[in-house]
Design a binder for this molecule. Structure first.
Ligand SMILES: [Fe+2]
Ligand SMILES: [Fe+2]
Length: 185
């Protein structure tokens, strides 16, 4: 049914995603992706890009847990997960056969998703970039607790398959040409 497109399922089941997404937590990335879908429909932003970028937004995370606690001091000082995530996600998307324009837009949205990152300083976000940042914030809990909520991979996959079904109708008129796409302006 979805053969022509890179799906959310094909991303979350990839070995690179399986290695890195659990560090931020499946519960967080799946919940944020569900928020991203709703925001994209409401704001008329590309639903395909919004959900893919949000699913992969924390793929650059390092494990900041120390003795079961999130080590905020080190995280705030040394974290570069937006940079690593943009690069990792781009490589994964290209490997899966994603359109080059889409891969670039997704990677940039990941690069700028965190307002506290020095990378985002003085950057005027595009609607897609703002949406990914907002979807991330919607699932945020105090002291990084959202990264410690646990769901198993089976539940994550089930919810991602549901999102693929929801995204599909929005993608049918997509000409894969992001340069001229109204939903990115
Ligand atoms: Fe993040
Ligand atoms: Fe996040």
């Amino acid at each position: 049914m979805f053969d022509r497109h890179v799906t959310l399922e094909s991303l979350i089941t990839d070995s690179v995603a399986k290695k890195h997404l659990p560090k931020a937590g499946y519960a967080h990335v799946v919940a944020a992706t569900e928020y991203a879908f709703e925001l994209a429909v409401k704001r008329k932003v590309c639903v395909d890009l919004a959900t893919k970028a949000t699913l992969l937004h924390d793929i650059g995370h390092t494990n900041w847990e120390r003795h079961g606690e999130w080590d905020f001091e080190s995280y705030n000082e040394f974290d570069i997960h937006t940079i690593k995530g943009a690069e990792r996600a781009h490589e994964l998307l290209i490997l899966k056969g994603e359109d080059l324009g889409k891969a670039r837009e997704i990677a940039l949205a990941i690069l700028f998703h965190s307002g506290s990152s020095p990378v985002s300083k003085n950057v005027k976000l595009t609607p897609l970039q703002k949406l990914v940042s907002d979807a991330d914030d919607m699932d945020e809990q105090e002291d990084g607790a959202h990264h410690r909520v646990k769901i198993d991979f089976g539940e994550a996959l089930q919810r991602i398959r549901r999102l693929d079904m929801l995204v599909h109708p929005y993608r049918k008129d997509c000409n894969e040409n992001c340069e001229n796409c109204d939903s990115l302006k």
